[in-house]
Design a protein around this ligand. Structure first.
Ligand SMILES: *Cc1c(COP(=O)(O)O)cnc(C)c1O
Length: 367
């Protein structure tokens, strides 16, 4: 029985992606250097940014990428406005403050989308703001933010934009946007193995970022210069992870690209929400702002329910879900991304139904 990882990551991968990792490469092998160059080029061109931006990968999970990109591309004397609707926006604040950046915030709560007009208003009210940071899909509850509108507001105001596009990259639209820095990782919508993050950075801006980072390993200016100099990673490259991502990009192309993947995720999401509704579960978000990435479900209020017991019992059926991350409501989360289709989502729904009945009955028997 295939395990379904219906979580915010790591996600279910294909046999092909896992098989692509089943050998060794030396970091200086011509074949590996070429592969790294190819992956960088493919990441930059996936949404057509190969002329304006460069792709700089870095070892680590998505947060390593956010931390590296932020300290490299948001200058030390910047005033950063973070528009927040969840834990990942709050994490950007934590990182920026850790590096001593001046930070202002707009927080709309975890169950609402960001408002481009409010961002425009904040920028008009405080000319000292130089940079704006937002999350594309806030994986905390699963909200889709209006990134195109936000990007044009920020561009019109003449400010730089930093985007955490982690859970939407590869599956949701991102072409034709004005941004300075956009961060994503290998293991979400790209459906590869975890261990690599990357940033698309405006080339002209990156040229000016030499002395921004305080970290050695998380300095994307130095990382970029390393690649430009000799095609090498500065420190031990995650060779198998690069190979897996190269294969995952093949599979994305074969599927029909971003639009086709978006369709699959939308079908997954609709199957999940409809199935859960039939079982009596309600999703938390207004459907108008629900991204087809992860669904937050209201937790049962009955006495039989306890997340860890629910998780473990569901796990027997090979289905992994995630605890709720929002503090706004008792909830659990079910992802709809990764190498899964509508049949897998139906299998998850059926397993949730059986688990619910099993726990409810055994609670009733002992009550
Ligand atoms: C997954 C995710 C991250 C990164 O999380 P890691 O656990 O470090 O991989 C950052 N932002 C968003 C919106 C995410 O979904």
């Amino acid at each position: 029985m295939r395990t379904l990882l219906l979580t915010p990551g790591p996600l279910t991968t294909t046999d092909e992606v896992r098989a692509a990792m089943n050998r060794d490469w030396g970091s200086r092998d011509e074949e590996f250097v070429t592969m790294s160059e190819r992956v960088r080029a493919r990441l930059a061109s996936l949404y057509g940014y190969e002329r304006s931006h460069v792709a700089v990968p870095v070892q680590g999970s998505g947060t390593f990428g956010v931390e590296a990109a932020l300290q490299t591309t948001v200058p030390r004397d910047a005033h950063l406005l973070v528009a927040i609707n969840g834990a990942y926006g709050r994490r950007i604040v934590t990182i920026a403050e850790r590096y001593g950046r001046r930070v202002s915030k707009i927080d709309v709560g975890d169950e609402a989308a960001l408002d481009p007009a409010a961002i425009a208003h904040a920028l008009a009210n405080d000319p000292s703001i130089t940079d704006v940071a937002v999350v594309y899909v806030e994986t905390t509850c699963g909200v889709l933010n209006p990134l195109a509108e936000i990007a044009s507001v920020v561009h019109r105001a003449g400010k730089r934009l930093f985007v955490d596009a982690m859970s939407g990259f590869g599956s949701l639209p991102l072409a034709g946007l004005q941004f300075t820095t956009l961060v994503a990782s290998s293991n979400k919508g790209l459906e590869s193995a975890p261990g690599l993050a990357f940033a698309l950075i405006d080339r002209a801006h990156l040229e000016r970022c030499e002395r921004n980072a305080t970290s050695l390993a998380l300095d994307l200016f130095a990382q970029w210069r390393g690649f430009e100099r000799d095609g090498q990673w500065r420190f031990t490259p995650p060779v198998q992870i690069v190979a897996a991502l190269d294969k995952a990009l093949d599979l994305l192309e074969r599927e029909g690209g971003q639009a086709a993947r978006q369709k699959r995720y939308e079908t997954n999401c609709a199957t999940l929400i409809a199935g859960l509704q039939q079982l009596g579960y309600a999703s938390l978000l207004d459907p108008a702002i629900q991204a087809p990435i992860i669904v937050t479900v209201r937790a049962p209020t009955e006495a039989w329910y306890e997340f860890n017991l629910f998780y473990d019992t569901l796990g027997i059926e090979g289905v992994r879900i995630y605890p709720g991350k929002t503090t706004a409501a008792a909830s659990f989360r079910v992802g709809c991304i990764g190498a899964v289709d509508a049949r897998d989502m139906q299998r998850a729904v059926d397993a949730i139904g059986r688990t619910t009945n099993r726990l409810r009955q055994s609670h009733a028997a002992t009550a």
